[in-house]
Design a binder for this molecule. Sequence first.
Ligand code: SAH
Ligand code: SF4
Ligand code: F3S
Length: 452
Amino acid sequence: MDYADTIKKIVTRISPSPTVFIRSFGCRLNVSDGNSLLGKILDMGFTVTNDVNCAALIILNTCAVRENAEKKVYGVIGELKHVKEKNPDVIIAVCGCMIEENHVAEFIKNTYRHVDFCFGTFAYGKFPELLYNALTTAEFQCDNNKYPTDFTDFNLYQDNVIKADVPIMYGCNNYCSYCIVPYVRGRERSREVSDILSDIRSLTDNGFKEILLLGQNVNSYGNTLLPPTPFSSLLKQAAEIPGDFKIRFMSPHPKDMRKDLIDIIAEYPKLCKSIHLPLQSGSNRILELMNRQYSRETYMEIVKYIRKKIPGCTISTDIIVGFPSETEYDFEETLSIIKEAKFYNIFSFIYSKRVGTKAADLPDKTTAAEKTSRMTRLLSLQREISTELYAKYVGKTLTVLFDGTSKTEGLISGKSDEGIIVEAPGKTDKIGEYRKVRITGSHNWALHGEIL
Ligand code: SAH
Ligand code: SF4
Ligand code: F3S
């Protein structure tokens, strides 16, 4: 049965212009999944709305990485009860990483009776069938079976006209002891090089100026392909595609950050000089407990090689504060590597216990107050480092892709090649092209400049 076509007929009978509201939580890969799903829904005859009260179909694409992320989703599902009361015809679906956790799927089923159906990260392809069933019966459905990934069932819909996301691989084999991702996303699998290159060509032919290659662990890309193709080879071929555009990627794992990959980034101007290299902790004891497969020494060797081969390349990182058994000494090891590595930006998270992960069984005696206090100290150190690093850009000229307006009136905002936010006086006609900007001022989170 052609569900998409039948759904089109059913929904246009209910409303001549049916609308969909979709909200994705979590990482960029999840947002990109949400966009791919949205692309297919638009093909069924829906248009997008930002108002849940007007929507015929509401989709929440969830994230399970930390407890806070899940709480946020529960809050939003709870609020939708009133929407369903006002409009009993609305179809509400909850999908994504949280649905892969059986206890969560069960909880949603039992607690939120206004949800029509749920589907996990392996079941995006089942969406048309689930929606059809929801439109024709009142039965609650949940599909979190582990279907094989169908890379042909993929839509390149983007939520932006300047920057485009291209997923290159899904899943993760690393099993860091704190992390739920391998459980909710499954084992690593990569898209074919030729498909990825053809996506990049078609997006850049359509005017996109920045391509973001996405994966849970991008630099282990290609291990499942026949023959295996390293990420450095994909990146080289992508950077050789002609056109006025640049390429970023997210997120690499330090253990797979080989020299040949750094050499390729150094060689090609199309590859942005900015690398996000998640560290998590500066303590070797904690890194071992986290199963990260590198030490602070090997991590710093990579940082030094990047600095040597790509002068001016910025490095950002992720840090987890308060991993089980983290002592004051361990935490100070993290502060000391932060001082040494001089990251231009840090994304820091207080450890969150995830059911089913190895770290969930580790004893954790550090109080919540102590963890918060460590987080405050980390943020304050990073603020000092960022302020100092950003000030060094004043007087220099950077290449910036402006992609929106700033909160401050009269300013437009974008990112430099180095991944730093830059704001400058300008009109929207300066948006969407690479501009040379002379930097005139700095904060600890952004630079100010004048477009040349
Ligand atoms: N694949 C990437 C990032 C995955 S999740 C990597 O290898 O680093 C993004 C970030 O969330 C992680 O880098 C980590 O810092 C954080 N994170 C993951 N699980 C967490 C948990 N249980 N508690 C706190 N932070 C967590
Ligand atoms: Fe999670 Fe580690 Fe995989 Fe990143 S590499 S997704 S932190 S298990
Ligand atoms: Fe969250 Fe799933 Fe991404 S758990 S971080 S949305 S892979």
